[in-house]
Design a protein around this ligand. Structure first.
Ligand code: CP
Length: 335
């Protein structure tokens, strides 16, 4: 494994190996495995879990890390050949090789611009930096992907013994005051399809996942024996569900139009996850969310702190999943 950018690029066998390795490192710590190695973390956007779990995971493996946080460094340009007369004082063409020269592995977070759907789906920042990085590169959330979250979520479902074949995974749009990126919903639905589950995307009119992302999810389901459907009928979606994964995302029909997005979501206050959403679900159905989450907007505190919620375990699994990625990239390259 040379980089960790996308579960689809890693492939099902390697993902399964990483989940197994994450569990092994959780049960049997290896505090010297990465001694002398340095992890560089470049955040172009804020983080709580990703930053803390990468630093903690690297320390638990005996390595060290440095962090570049948004606001604490230069704004970076990624577009080629434009006069840099705006806010960006440095180009990724210099910044990435410099940071790679200090580190043995580099993680980068670069969210979607949120203005142009086609551009965001093209992963403009990662497309610009992948070829510039001389050390292994990790996607810590890009415009349309969050493979570290997806890997941790896969482990969380394995830990909970959620079935793969015939396991019913519902990704539901949820209420939120702002348009949010597509990265987590796209990664979560793709991961569940790759795991062989029957995936239902539950969303209101105007919030369908883009066809490119749905195609990726369908391809993963076809390869794993899973399935994918889309609906706005909650009762139908939740019937027999094993997992309800809630997340808000932008109104894709009016992507980049803030006023039209506000108008669309104004009538969607019924999309706050409440206890009665689980009425028709499998009795063991769990609630998942990647965090951060807005209480009483995305989900009630009662669900969030109730017996179905696994949100803290998901966040904890970020650390073990990323330890497995770092271990595989630096200690046991496999290939
Ligand atoms: N889930 C997640 O990536 O959390 P942060 O944005 O806090 O890193």
């Amino acid at each position: 494994m040379k980089n960790f950018l996308d579960l689809a690029r890693a492939g099902p066998d390697l993902v399964a190996e990483l989940v197994t390795l994450a569990g092994r490192l959780q049960r049997h710590p290896e505090p010297d495995a990465l001694r002398g190695k340095v992890l560089g973390l470049l955040f172009m956007n804020p983080s709580l879990r990703t930053l803390a779990s990468f630093q903690s995971g690297m320390a638990r493996l005996g390595g060290d890390s440095f962090v570049i946080s948004p606001g604490s460094s230069w704004n970076l340009e990624y577009l080629p050949d434009i006069p840099m007369t705006g806010a960006a004082a440095e180009h990724v063409r210099e910044a990435i090789p410099v940071l790679a020269s200090y580190a043995d592995v580099l993680g980068v977070r670069a969210f979607a611009g949120g203005k142009d759907l086609v551009e965001d789906l093209s992963e403009p920042v990662f497309s610009a930096i992948e070829g510039l990085c001389s050390v292994p590169l990790i996607n810590m959330e890009s415009a349309a992907n969050h493979p570290c979250q997806a890997l941790a979520d896969w482990k969380t479902m394995d830990d909970e013994q959620i079935p793969k074949a015939n396991g019913r995974f519902v990704l539901s749009w949820a209420n939120h005051p702002k348009p949010l990126p597509l990265a987590v919903p796209a990664a979560a639905a793709h991961m569940a399809a790759m795991r062989g589950m029957d995936v239902t995307v539950l969303r209101p009119q105007g919030f369908g996942l883009p066809s490119d992302l749905m195609q990726r999810i369908h391809t993963a389901a076809n390869q794993s024996g899973g399935s994918v459907t889309e609906t706005e009928d909650r009762e139908q979606a939740m019937d027999g569900a094993h997992v309800l994964y809630a997340k808000s995302w932008s109104a894709t029909d009016v992507y980049g139009d803030a006023q039209a997005d506000r108008d669309l979501r104004a009538g969607l206050t019924g999309w706050t996850v409440e206890s009665d959403w689980f009425d028709g679900a499998d009795p063991s159905c769990i609630f998942m969310h990647c965090l951060p989450v807005r209480r009483e907007v995305v989900v009630t505190g009662q669900v969030l702190e109730g017996p179905r919620s696994r949100v803290i375990r998901q966040a904890r699994n970020r650390m073990f999943a990323q330890m497995a990625v770092l271990y595989r990239l630096l200690a046991d390259k496999g290939d």
